[in-house]
Design a protein around this ligand. Structure first.
Ligand SMILES: Cc1cc2nc3c(=O)[nH]c(=O)nc-3n(C[C@H](O)[C@H](O)[C@H](O)COP(=O)(O)OP(=O)(O)OC[C@H]3O[C@@H](n4cnc5c(N)ncnc54)[C@H](O)[C@@H]3O)c2cc1C
Length: 310
C-alpha cells in the first residue's frame, strides 16, 4: 500500500480494496495477503462486536480453516459443537440434520459468535505484510475512470480517504454502498417471514446446542451463547406491526407456548425495546461485476434488515 496526504485528504493505492470487514471481506483479505497480493480492507465499525451477526460456523467453513492450517488454533476459541439439529413440531421431536456423516474433518457446526471468528481471521491476516485493515473507515462511493471502477472514496475520523485499486470488491453486506453506487440492479425474490431477535438468560442445566420449535406458522430458534440464549422468533411477513402494538405479555405467552421450560425467564423481555425486528427480504443482483469491481458475500444478495429495536 502506497500513500500520501494532501490537504485534508489521504491518498492510498493498492492492488485490491475490499469494502466491508465481515466474513466475506476479512476472509478475502486474508487469502489475498497470504498469496502476496497487497490488499486494503475497509470496515466502517471500530470493532467486530456487533450483536447483529450470526453464530454458526459450518463444516464447510471449518474444512477451509483446516486447509489453511488454522483449524487447531481456531478450535481453541470457546465454542460449542452441534452434531445434530432437532426441531420440536408440536409434541414431536424431529432430527432434521445429522452432521456426523459428513466427509469433512469436522462433523459438526461450531457455535461461536461471528465477532470471535472475524477477530481470529484478522489477527492471522495481520501477520502478512500486504494486509491492511482500516477500521472505523466508511466507504462512501466508488471512483470511476470512464466506465471502469478505479477506487473507493471513504471517510474516517481522520478525514477523507481516496483509495485507488486495480480491483474493488464490495463485501459490505446487506445494505451495500458499493452495490448502489455502482448502479447495480436487483431482482426482489420476496420472503414470507420476518424475525424477532432477542436474548434470554441461559442456565447451566438448560442443555446446550441449538433448539428449534415449530408451531403452526411460527418458528422459535434458540442458539446457545454461553450465559444467554440468542433467540429468533420467526413470524409471518408483515405481522410484526400488529403484534408490537399489543402488550409484550402476549408475546411472552407465545414464547412460553413454544418453550414452556423457559418459565419466568420470559419476563426478562420487559418491553418491545428488548426485541429487535428483522424484516426479511431476499433480493439478488442480476449482475454483480463490472470492470474493476466485484461484489461478494451478502452484498450481491440482500437477506435481512434490522428495522427497529434497542
Ligand atoms: C440476525 C442474523 C443472524 C444470522 N445468523 C447466521 C448464522 O447463525 N449462521 C450463518 O452462517 N449466517 C448467519 N447470518 C447470515 C450471515 O451473518 C451473513 O450471511 C454474513 O455475515 C454475510 O457476510 P458478509 O461479509 O457478506 O456481510 P456482513 O457480515 O454484513 O459484513 C459486511 C461488513 O461491511 C461493513 N460495511 C457496511 N457498509 C460499509 C461501508 N460503507 N464501508 C465500510 N464497511 C462497511 C459492515 O459493518 C460489516 O461489518 C445471520 C444474519 C443475520 C442478520
Amino acid at each position: 500500500m502506497a500513500g500520501r496526504d494532501l490537504m485534508d485528504t489521504k491518498y492510498l493505492s493498492t492492488r485490491c480494496c475490499v469494502v466491508g470487514g465481515g466474513p466475506a471481506g476479512v476472509m478475502l483479505g486474508f487469502l489475498l495477503a497470504r498469496a502476496g497480493v497487497d490488499v486494503v480492507v475497509l470496515e466502517k465499525h471500530a470493532d467486530f462486536l456487533r450483536d447483529f451477526r450470526g453464530d454458526t460456523i459450518h463444516p464447510s467453513t471449518l474444512e477451509l480453516m483446516h486447509e489453511l492450517g488454522l483449524l487447531d488454533e481456531f478450535l481453541k476459541l470457546p465454542h460449542r459443537k452441534v452434531r445434530r439439529l432437532a426441531v420440536q413440531i408440536g409434541a414431536t421431536s424431529l432430527t432434521i440434520a445429522d452432521f456426523t456423516h459428513l466427509p469433512t474433518v469436522c462433523k459438526f457446526i461450531a457455535l461461536m459468535p461471528q465477532w470471535d471468528f472475524l477477530e481470529f481471521l484478522a489477527t492471522h491476516a495481520r501477520r502478512f505484510q500486504g494486509f491492511h485493515l482500516l477500521m472505523d473507515t466508511s466507504a462512501t462511493d466508488v471512483m470511476l475512470d470512464g466506465d471502469r471502477v478505479v477506487g473507493v472514496r471513504a471517510t474516517s475520523d481522520n478525514g477523507a480517504i481516496e483509495i485507488r485499486a486495480d480491483l474493488v470488491v464490495g463485501a459490505d453486506g446487506r445494505r451495500s454502498t458499493v452495490r448502489s453506487s455502482a448502479g447495480f440492479k436487483a431482482d426482489n425474490l420476496g420472503a414470507p417471514m420476518d424475525v424477532l431477535w432477542m436474548r434470554l438468560s441461559r442456565r447451566p442445566d438448560d442443555g446446550s446446542e441449538a433448539f428449534g420449535h415449530v408451531e403452526g406458522n411460527r418458528i422459535f430458534i434458540m442458539l446457545d451463547r454461553g450465559d444467554y440464549w440468542q433467540c429468533a422468533f420467526v413470524i409471518p411477513k408483515g405481522s410484526a406491526d400488529e403484534l408490537m402494538k399489543t402488550d409484550i405479555g402476549a408475546f411472552r405467552g407465545m414464547i412460553l407456548e413454544m418453550s414452556p421450560w423457559l418459565g419466568e425467564r420470559v419476563d426478562e423481555l420487559k418491553g418491545w425495546n428488548d426485541v429487535m425486528l428483522l424484516t426479511v427480504a431476499v433480493d439478488r443482483l442480476r449482475r454483480w461485476h463490472r470492470r474493476g469491481l466485484l461484489c461478494i458475500g451478502d452484498a450481491p444478495r440482500h437477506v435481512a434488515d434490522r428495522r427497529s429495536g434497542h
